[in-house]
Structures are given as C-alpha cells and as structure tokens.
Design a protein around this ligand. Structure first.
Ligand code: C5P
Ligand code: MG
Length: 214
C-alpha cells in the first residue's frame, strides 16, 4: 500500500452490492468522529462517481451495465483523492439512482485526516489500490446481499421487484463473479457476515488510529 504521508489516511471498503459497505463505513465514521474531531473524517461513496448520463434518454440509461468498471468515472475519483491529499477541497458529484445520472448539485468536501472510501469496484483499479493505506472486502454471502438489495432498491432507489431481479441476473451477479470477487485478493482485511461485525469495526478503528499516530 501507498507510503504517502499520513496527512490524509485513506481506507477503502469494497465488496458486493448490499454487502454492508455503507453500513460499516458510516459506523466507523460516527465512532471515529468523536475521537478524531468532527471535521477531520469524511466518507466518499464510489457511487457518486458513476458517469454522467444526462445526454442519454431514460431508455438508454436503464440499459447501462452499472456493475462494470466502465460505468464509473475513476479518473475523476482519483483526481479528487489526489487533491484532498494535497490539502485542497473538492466538489463531490451527487448521484440519482432513480434518474441514473448525476444531479446538478455537488457536495463540497474539505480536506480530512481520514477518508473512508466505499464502493463495489474500488479494488479492481490499481490506481485506487495504490492510494489506499488499507483496504477491506465485505465477504457477505450473496443470498443475503440479494435479499437486502431487493428491499433497499424498492424502498429507496425507485425500483420494482421485477426490475431488481432482472438486473441482478443480467449484470449484478455476473459482474460480481468477473470483477468484484477476484478483487478480494487485494484486500488487507476480509470481513465475514456484514456491516454489523463488531470486531471488524473495532479492528478498523484501531488501525486508523495507529496510522494517524505514525
Ligand atoms: O450501494 P451499492 O454498493 O449496492 O451500489 C452499487 C450498485 O448500484 C451496483 O450494483 C449497481 O447495479 C447499482 N446501480 C443501479 N443503478 C444506477 C447506478 C448503480 O442499479 N443507476
Ligand atoms: Mg451502498
């Protein structure tokens, strides 16, 4: 992993869709915020860096394979991380899952001591692997991920049950097998059972605290 100065510690959390990445990231964020200071820790979601598709029709957007690395703008994500490392603020895109594109608004992110990055395809990109100080793979069983995704996408992402199941079979599962699962080999920590794994949360917090001291 990168030896760049620990002015900004970057931790990556990857794994299948609905494996608990966002949950473990927000838990570590909330618990560390109390120790490191409110303005010193931030979370970046890879999903914010899906390609802008505002020039496409809705029919075309629905056909996009959102589980393939080409769907993501990792160039912009890498640029933003490098800017944050240099101590510069960035405008993180906001993404709409129902519109399948970026929104007009962005979120200002000021430089932090700790950035937790979470997203399905982070560990497939050598540039991102190099930027991270430590990485985690959520090794949650796929049947649990599918159950969670069904509930979440219908409740929160404007989808029908039918559309979630079609997308799962057509792209989500095949791309997991092709890209995400093989990227597990690059993780420093493999977390079983999901985002509530207390020992994994504590190990991550302790490791971040150690990096901040070094
Ligand atoms: O939060 P999570 O890791 O599950 O988000 C990634 C998932 O979002 C991907 O598996 C992808 O299929 C889905 N996605 C989608 N529609 C979009 C963008 C992403 O279903 N427009
Ligand atoms: Mg998520």
């Amino acid at each position: 992993m990168s030896e760049n100065s620990h002015q900004c510690v970057i931790i990556g959390i990857a794994g299948a869709s609905a494996s608990g990445k966002s949950l473990i990231a927000s838990t570590v964020y909330k618990e560390l915020k109390e120790k490191v200071g409110d303005h010193q820790i931030g979370v970046i979601t890879e999903d914010c860096y899906y390609n802008d598709q505002s020039h496409l029709t809705m029919d075309e957007r629905v056909k996009t394979n959102y589980d393939h690395p080409n769907a993501l703008d990792h160039d912009l994500l890498c640029d933003h991380l490098e800017q944050l490392i240099k101590g510069e603020a960035v405008e993180v895109p906001q993404y709409s899952y129902s519109e399948h594109t970026r929104m007009k608004e962005t979120t200002l992110l000021t430089p932090k001591k700790v950035i937790i990055l979470e997203g399905i395809l982070l560990l497939t990109d050598p540039r991102l692997r190099d930027i991270m100080h430590a990485s985690v793979f959520m090794d949650t069983p796929l049947d649990i991920c599918l159950l969670r995704r069904l509930q979440r996408d219908v409740a929160e992402r404007g989808r029908t049950m039918e559309s979630v199941l079609v997308q799962y079979q057509k792209t989500v599962r095949p791309m997991f097998m092709q890209f995400i699962e093989p990227s597990k080999q690059y993780a420093d920590i493999i977390v079983p059972r999901g985002g509530k794994n207390r020992i994994a949360i504590d190990v991550l917090k302790a490791h971040i605290a150690k990096l901040l001291r070094s």
